[in-house]
Design a protein. Structure first.
Length: 92
């Protein structure tokens, strides 16, 4: 069974409800990335990579608001969700 974007969005909301902590969220995404290997799409790979690199520097960080928006976009299966979040960060 492959994980859906909706499932990843729901998991992300659950993690955010535990509190916004970049290191913990990065570790969560890293662990999930490797634990569901073969059970995810390339889109989910991209989502998890964007989250697990947040702890490598401030230029890679997403705010809690951005992550919640990302989770909602995943749940609602909005196309091009990463680009939309990145465009907001850049103010375009």
């Amino acid at each position: 069974m492959k994980y859906s974007k909706k499932e990843i969005g729901e998991l992300l909301i659950n993690e955010l409800n535990k509190g916004y902590n970049i290191e913990r969220l990065s570790n969560w995404a890293d662990e999930l990335f490797f634990s569901i290997r073969g059970k995810r799409s390339s889109e989910i790979d991209e989502i998890l990579r964007h989250i697990y690199i947040m702890d490598t520097g401030p230029e890679f960080e997403y705010s809690e608001k951005e992550l919640r928006m990302l989770a909602e976009m995943l749940i609602n299966e909005v196309p091009n969700f990463i680009k939309k979040i990145d465009d907001m960060k850049l103010g375009t």
